[in-house]
Design a protein around this ligand. Structure first.
Ligand code: AMP
Length: 110
């Protein structure tokens, strides 16, 4: 059964794409919690951080996130979040990085 993000990547479900390369794509979150809230997603359907292989080309996610943050003008700063597992609020079992910015982000988060 394809994940929600695989179906979005296949253009079966509409989404607002902001970035795509060979390894990664990015869409605007449908329920944004900040003026900029983008999901950076590997094309490989890895279920979460807990399933990331020990070796591999994992720099693509961070490189894409940095490029998108620059393109969005988040010079003042931004936050990258990965929720792993139900207790952390993960709802889609396909690895994704939340890129948040465009407002002051308090620390620690709730
Ligand atoms: P997480 O809760 O960390 O698994 O993040 C999943 C994110 O996907 C949530 O922030 C949702 O708002 C977002 N989301 C769910 N469905 C869609 C969709 N169709 N298009 C864009 N974002 C979505």
């Amino acid at each position: 059964m394809p994940t929600l993000f695989e179906r979005i990547l296949a253009r079966e479900i509409p989404a607002d794409f902001v970035y795509e390369d060979e390894h990664v794509f990015a869409i605007r979150d449908i329920t944004p919690v900040a003026p900029v809230h983008i999901l950076v997603i590997p094309k490989a359907p890895i279920s979460g951080v807990a399933a990331v292989p020990e070796s591999g080309d994992h720099q693509h996610l961070l490189n894409a996130a940095r490029r998108i943050a620059e393109a969005e003008g988040l010079d003042a700063g931004y936050r990258l979040v990965i929720n792993q597992g139900e207790a952390a609020g993960q709802t889609v079992p396909h690895l994704h990085v939340h890129l948040l910015g465009g407002r002051p982000l308090t620390w620690p988060p709730g």
